[in-house]
Design a protein around this ligand. Sequence first.
Ligand SMILES: [Zn+2]
Length: 106
Amino acid sequence: MTCKEFEKQIPVFLKRELDFFTLKQFVEHLESCPECHEELVIQFLITEGMQRLEEGDAFDLQSELSDRLAEARSRIRFHSLFLYVGAGVKTLGIALIAGFVIWVLL
Ligand SMILES: [Zn+2]
């Protein structure tokens, strides 16, 4: 992902609407590019900050952004794990169901 693409995805990320593959590239770029990290922080503070001011909420946006990123990372870990084991689990599941059906029938 280039810096330009990253910038374009920031609003989508903030709305939590990035699909898994884009999110993965997004976080990878974020971790390797301090400029884009800075840009994300600024955009987050602007978009979320404006909204919060309207709602009159007390807020701690810096830690909220960290939470948001932690959430994104755990989503990526979960999805990656799922992708790796997904195929195996599916096969195993089918084998188990088939085995159970056979066991019930016999
Ligand atoms: Zn960048």
